[in-house]
Design a protein around this ligand. Structure first.
Ligand code: TRP
Length: 462
């Protein structure tokens, strides 16, 4: 039975706004948003192309100094307003133009989902092939051909994307608690378990040590400003911040949720998933002398050859494919939910119609990314296909700019008193050092750093 008061929030309203059920559920749903293709597709591929451990260190610094403060900021704002990304700024800042942050976030949700659902679709398509074993070969020419056949076929490119949209659309239809929270509760433990099993396999291969060294021994000679921009972009993308997904989730948080503790736990657990994913891939790659610097195709072209090389590779490839398919689901839920909530909150459509319109919009924008390797392969802007462009623009521009504006909003518009009040749940959590430290971060440190990395990374300062 559907509770009547739950999913219908109506225009602008917070009456009966659905919330996550438990404090643990909040952490899991938020972690479900953070964990995704970022950990198993982006993190390994950019770490591989940027020289390993040195990149990871910069990524860590970005996560602590930029990603985490923005995550806390977003959750504070969302819980305060109990509204979607756009309405939040209307409520907290009246007629000022700050709501543009929300609008930018709404656009980012579509651009991210466009390529994200396509990659998730490829992963889904690999599952039956993992079971049949037909792409499990040590010959990279064969895995390259299999991947190219999949992505250059316009029909299958669209169909796999629609399947992904249907799956996540259905979960969103079930609502915040029954859909998002329960899905995270079930999928995250399975994901951890599968990762650990695959890690044990990878780490016990002879020669695995070289891969571990690659992840742990920094070589700064490989690092460039473009690499630092990538690290910053990844830290925002990873924590799902900079576009209001965490405002939206924050609006479903409980009043007594300890936000700094929640955000820190999510950050740490997400980091753990990335490291576990790295340990699943790099030691095995080095054990078989395979270079892990392939970039985005690492997951689809290089990894099958790695599994094909190891004893019992078929079983472990199946497990790996399943975990890769599970990981992005919670992330996509948060992206769709952000758009649906914004549409629902800003119009009189109601939640279900907002969902259908969002799905249709995602299929439309998504087709630009889906067809980037076939019909639209020659449609390029700044030398990039739509797929690459959406990826680059969101991670490396929109999310950092959104994060920068969010910091400025909290520190310079919302102000110290309201931040302290919200951060301490109205004074029930006492921690003056944390409050001052956080406020100093979002007032000076994070915005300045974001600006420096952004300008340098885009080559605007040299
Ligand atoms: N964090 C997810 C990942 O790593 C992606 C994601 C989900 C996201 N929601 C987001 C990125 C909101 C930016 C903004 O795969």
């Amino acid at each position: 039975m559907q509770e009547v008061n739950e999913t219908t929030t109506g225009a602008q309203g917070t009456r009966g706004r659905e919330k996550f059920a438990t404090a643990l559920g909040v952490v899991l749903a938020t972690l479900g948003s953070a964990v995704g293709l970022g950990n198993i597709w982006k993190f390994p591929s950019v770490t591989g192309t940027n020289g390993g451990a040195a990149f990871i260190l910069v990524y860590l610094a970005c996560t602590l100094l930029l990603g985490l403060p923005v995550m806390i900021s977003e959750q504070l704002l969302g819980r305060e307003s109990r509204a979607d990304t756009i309405t939040t700024f209307r409520k907290l800042a009246g007629k000022t133009p700050w709501w543009i942050i929300g609008l930018m976030g709404f656009a980012s949700a579509f651009l991210i989902m466009a390529f994200y659902t396509e990659v998730a679709g490829w992963i889904f398509a690999y599952i039956p092939r993992a079971f049949s074993g037909d792409i499990l070969t040590t010959d990279p020419a064969v895995t390259t051909r299999a991947f190219n056949d999949l992505v250059t076929n316009p029909v299958s490119s669209l169909v796999v994307q629609w399947i992904v949209l249907a799956v996540v659309g259905f979960i969103i239809f079930r609502g915040v608690q029954k859909g998002i929270e329960n899905t995270a509760r079930v999928l995250l433990p399975i994901l951890f378990l599968l990762l650990i099993v695959v890690d044990i396999r990878s780490l016990t291969l002879p020669g695995a040590g070289k891969g571990v060294a690659f992840l742990l021994r920094p070589d700064f000679s490989q690092l460039t400003w473009a690499g630092v921009l990538n690290a910053m972009g990844l830290s925002f993308f990873k924590l799902s911040v900079g576009m209001g997904a965490m405002i939206t989730y924050g609006s479903y948080f409980r009043d007594d949720q300890n936000i700094p503790a929640t955000a820190s736990r999510v950050m740490l657990a997400d980091l753990l998933v990335s490291i576990l994913a790295g340990l699943a891939i790099f030691p095995a790659a080095f054990a078989f002398g395979i270079q892990p610097d392939a970039g985005p195709s690492l997951l689809f072209i290089t990894i099958p050859t790695i599994f094909a090389s190891m004893p019992m590779g078929r079983v472990f490839f199946i497990l790996f494919s399943l975990l890769a398919a599970i990981a992005p689901i919670g992330a996509m839920l948060s992206l769709i939910e952000t758009a649906v909530a914004a549409l629902d909150g800003g119009t009189k459509l109601g939640r279900n119609k907002s969902l259908l319109i969002t799905l249709a919009g995602l299929a439309a924008v998504g087709s630009l990314a889906a067809l980037s390797n076939s019909l639209l392969a020659d449609a390029r802007l700044f030398g990039m296909t739509f797929f690459d462009l959406f990826d680059f623009i969101t991670s490396n521009i929109l999310l950092p700019v959104g994060g920068l504006l969010l910091c400025l909003f909290v520190a310079w518009y919302w102000g110290f008193d309201r931040t302290r009040d919200s951060l301490t749940n109205g004074g029930t959590i006492r921690n003056e050092t944390l409050v001052r430290g956080f406020f100093f971060m979002v007032r000076f440190v994070s915005p300045v750093l974001i600006l420096i990395v952004l300008l340098n990374g885009l080559g605007l300062l040299s």
